[in-house]
Design a protein. Structure first.
Length: 361
């Protein structure tokens, strides 16, 4: 794996694999919902949608058709700190070159007109409604909102109906000019390709691009972080869902540097809920008490900020929330005080390795 940086600040990470038969292409902009103007939440995600519309040189229908005709599977996601355009394709230099040319075009030449903006706002509103229909998704957002209300991670990535209607085409264009630029982007390519040829193609398409005059250098985000445990609950019909979030040491805190061991934390997370086969909490709540079928856990290790946490989520019959919450806290305390057994460590390691093998298969 090699990393390169062009004179205009664009980074390229190339990881060729001669044994592969395909290419995974990633265009990542280091901007997300946290960069959205106050009162206009969802700007970054809305812009992601509009990048599949017209550019100054390619109509949106032709853009999509060009990818489909070449058998290129594509998608995009927006998170708090990044917007990620991804594509999967057969190992073919011409197809890869087409993608590079397209991304260079989209970096500066998206047309962003009012009609497309209004249409995509309606699409995102439907996406918001679907997210709220999913209890775990709604619960996660409720937990973030309780953590840092109205700011930072407490602002939904998708925004809200009210905030989306505040976004005008000129505000969107201003956001686009400020954040879609070479020094705020990273290209990551893995799979079967020729590194020398691919780097030459990247330089050909992106070297002519430069950050627009008058655009200030991007500053680090000041993000409020979780500094104490947070509990969120959601009721739907005869069922209830619970989320417990616990702060972890900040990765950038030198005083805690010896405590921040992501491998150990991932093993601990699996024992809490990620893996049903090794989770103490799952065995207790599901098998011994019969209160819920499953426990879900997730963990965030600080990347763009100092926010690291462990979150545990579960659903259960209405009224059993206090018992489930007490069990979750008890099992977490037992993990802290008693540690884990050699057998649990072995199973957790095997589960993590298996998950990673499936992820790259």
């Amino acid at each position: 794996m090699s990393e390169y940086r062009l004179a205009n600040g664009l980074r390229a990470i190339l990881a060729p694999d001669a044994k592969s038969t395909a290419i995974a292409f990633n265009m990542i902009y280091l901007t997300g919902s946290l960069d959205g103007p106050q009162g206009q939440g969802g700007t970054a995600h809305l812009l992601e949608h509009l990048l599949f519309k017209d550019t100054a040189t390619v109509p949106g229908a032709q853009l999509i058709e060009g990818l489909s005709q070449r058998g290129i599977k594509f998608n995009a996601t927006t998170s708090f700190d990044r917007t990620h355009y991804m594509a999967f394709l057969a190992a073919d230099a011409d197809k890869l070159n087409h993608l590079l040319a397209l991304e260079a075009d989209r970096m500066f030449s998206a047309r962003l007109d009012q009609a497309d903006l209004q249409a995509e706002i309606e699409v995102v509103v439907r996406e918001l409604e679907l997210a709220q229909d999913n209890p775990l998704s709604a619960l996660g957002q409720q937990m973030f909102a309780a953590t840092t209300p109205g700011q930072g991670l407490g602002r939904p990535v998708l925004g809200s109906r009210e905030e989306l209607t505040n976004i005008g085409v000129e505000q969107l264009r201003a956001f686009y000019r400020e954040h879609y630029r070479p020094d705020n982007a990273v290209i990551v390519i893995t799979g079967k390709f020729d590194s020398k040829q691919t780097l030459a193609a990247i330089k050909q398409h992106f070297t002519p691009l430069a950050t627009l005059a008058g655009i200030a250098e991007k500053q680090p985000l000041a993000v409020p972080v979780l500094d104490k445990p947070v509990t969120a609950q959601l009721k739907r019909g005869d069922n209830e869902w619970l989320a417990l979030a616990y702060p972890l040491p900040a990765a950038s805190d030198q005083a805690n540097s010896k405590k921040v061991d992501s491998a150990t934390l991932y093993i601990a997370e699996h024992l809490q809920g990620r893996s049903q086969m090794v989770s103490r909490l799952s065995r207790r709540v599901r098998e011994q008490e019969g209160l819920t079928y499953g426990i879900k856990s997730s963990m965030k290790i600080a990347t763009f900020d100092d926010a690291s946490w462990l979150m545990i989520q579960t659903g259960y019959p209405l009224g059993d929330g206090p018992r489930v919450a007490d069990m979750a806290r008890e099992e977490l305390q037992r993990l802290i005080e008693d540690g884990i057994t050699e057998q649990e460590l072995h199973y957790a390691k095997q589960t993590i390795l298996h998950e990673r093998q499936l992820a790259v298969a």
